[in-house]
Design a protein around this ligand. Structure first.
Ligand SMILES: NC(=O)c1ccc[n+]([C@@H]2O[C@H](COP(=O)([O-])OP(=O)(O)OC[C@H]3O[C@@H](n4cnc5c(N)ncnc54)[C@H](OP(=O)(O)O)[C@@H]3O)[C@@H](O)[C@H]2O)c1
Length: 266
């Protein structure tokens, strides 16, 4: 039997989102899981139910589609689910030059990483504010601090997530509702294959985090109402880059990393 309200986790079938679903369920929350692949999502829901005994409901949906956030909000409303913990985790990137990323992919990336995330915050906030309690955890990235990096659109969407969260956190002060942004460095999940940046070897493997520890840091940070969560040693250093370097040097760094990435991905 759950002790808390519902947690809604987007991108809950694999990687960081899958871990967050298990952690929230183990903490006594009923969970709503969202992703596109229905079979994989239902399997994740079954595993969560079996491990924690909470209610775990799979709502398969492509959140990059226009109108999807409203449909999701309506679906949870129809089922009488009070969402007290919203995790905007679904997202993807593609490591290629901007001009070489097809427009349909750009649209989908902006639609998912940016528009759907902002819309879901907007849709679920009124209920949380009315009840005087709620947590929102937006999954950003260390890439949100530096432009370029070999995936210009992706890094830009994550800069939006960082700014949106920090702005919103100021607006929500004293309401009982908190919003946090989790900014990981590279994490060992299927994201790397989708983005085309696999092949972390040698010293680079040291920078690769495991999704469980990133998810735990995110969950704990969100419960504490921490605004920005930089999980791990390297991610904690990244915010200093734009703080300590002049803007031209930050751009230079982003360009160098991008060039290196282009050489590695061919
Ligand atoms: N891994 C990293 O290195 C890293 C670093 C920093 C930040 N992040 C961020 O962490 C978040 C989670 O990434 P991850 O590493 O856990 O990646 P992942 O394992 O690829 O998980 C992505 C999840 O999002 C779902 N998803 C993808 N497109 C979707 C769509 N259009 N509508 C609904 N769901 C969708 C996927 O399931 P379906 O394919 O079935 O839809 C999957 O459940 C992302 O926001 C990512 O940007 C990742």
């Amino acid at each position: 039997m759950a002790t808390e309200g519902w947690a809604l986790i987007t991108g809950a079938s694999t990687g960081i989102g899958r871990e967050l679903a298990s952690i929230a369920a183990a903490d006594g929350r009923d969970v709503v899981l969202v992703a596109r692949n229905a079979a994989r999502l239902e399997q994740a829901a079954e595993e969560v139910r079996a491990a924690s005994g909470v209610r775990a409901v799979a709502l398969p949906m492509d959140l990059a589609e226009p109108g999807a956030p409203e449909r999701l909000h309506a679906a949870t409303g129809e089922r009488g689910m009070e969402v007290d913990f919203l995790v905007n985790n679904a997202g993807f990137g593609m490591s290629r030059r901007f001009a070489d990323v097809p427009i349909a992919v750009q649209r989908s990336m902006i639609g998912l990483n940016l528009s759907a995330l902002a819309e879901l915050c907007h849709l679920y906030l009124p209920g949380m504010l009315e009840r005087g309690r709620g947590r929102i955890l937006n999954v950003g990235s260390g890439a949100g601090y530096v432009p370029g990096l070999g995936f210009t659109t992706y890094a830009s969407t994550k800069a939006f997530v960082l700014h949106l969260t920090e702005g919103l956190a100021g607006e929500l002060a004293g309401t009982g509702v908190t919003v946090s942004v989790l900014c990981p460095g590279p994490v060992n999940t299927p994201f790397l294959g989708t983005a085309g940046i696999e092949g972390f070897s040698g010293i680079r493997r040291l920078a690769l985090a495991d999704p469980g520890s990133v998810a735990r840091a995110g969950y704990r940070g969100a419960l504490k109402g921490k605004v920005v969560i930089n999980p791990g040693f390297f991610p904690r250093l990244v915010p200093f880059v734009p703080r300590l370097l002049p803007r031209f040097a930050v751009r230079w760094l982003g360009r160098q990393v991008g060039r290196q990435m282009a050489r590695r991905t061919g």
